[in-house]
Structures are given as C-alpha cells and as structure tokens.
Write a protein of this length. Structure first.
Length: 130
C-alpha cells in the first residue's frame, strides 16, 4: 500500500480537484465508471456531477469508425478496449494497468483519434459530438 507523504482530507481533495478541473475537458477511456466513482465519493460534500465537457476515447473511436448514429449492438466492444486501440494505433503499452500509465496511454490515444477526426473534417469539440 502506498501512503502519501502529506495526506489531505477527502473534502479538501474534492475541492482542489474540482478547482483544478474548472474550465477543462475531462478525458478518459470508458470514463463513465471513473466519474461515477468520484461522484459517489464526493456526494457527502454536496457534489453530484461534473459540469465539464467530457471525451471518452472508447466512444470517440467507435463514433469515428461507425459515425454518430452508431448501432452499439453491431460494435465488438473488445475491439475498442484500451489495449486493442493501442495496438491498432501502434501505441506501445508501457506501464499498463497503473493510473499514470493508463492516463498516458489514453492521452496518446486521444491525439491519434483527434488526428483521425481532423482527416474527416472534424475540427472542434462540438463537431466531435454532433
């Protein structure tokens, strides 16, 4: 188990995290799980949802492959796991299954997906989710 050198109270962590995220787009792979967990953790402090725009790299990859009106019943979800997408885009899977490692892989994947979106004429956040 890792013990922080200078632990802070959960309420302070919540306030600092929300302050740091203000005005930012939250990015993650299959991000709903993580945000739901954080919302439940922060609920005792009056927090119930992130107002931030979000990009889920799994959903973005599916939308880029199938279009905005994708029939999710026709999508092989295993083809859109973080591992599968890293292989598809030739992203080396170093430090996988650690918070920092997975965040770094997801950031690299986002860059690849945004490049793919740009080739399709999608240039803004709003255009990603029309």
């Amino acid at each position: 188990m890792i013990h922080p050198k200078n632990p802070i109270e959960l309420k302070t962590f919540c306030q600092e995290l929300l302050g740091n995220l203000r005005g930012s787009i939250i990015v993650g792979h299959h991000i709903g799980f993580d945000l739901d967990l954080l919302c439940k953790t922060f609920q005792p402090f009056g927090f119930n949802q992130f107002p931030n725009p979000k990009i889920d790299t799994m959903n973005l990859a599916v939308r880029l492959d199938f279009g905005p009106q994708v029939d999710w019943n026709r999508v092989r979800k295993e083809d859109y796991s973080l591992d599968a997408l890293c292989e598809k885009f030739n992203i080396p899977k170093e430090d996988r299954h650690t918070a920092g490692g997975d965040a770094f892989l997801t950031a690299q994947l986002l860059l690849k997906l945004l490049k793919q979106a740009e080739k399709k004429g999608i240039l803004t956040y709003q255009e990603l989710f029309r």
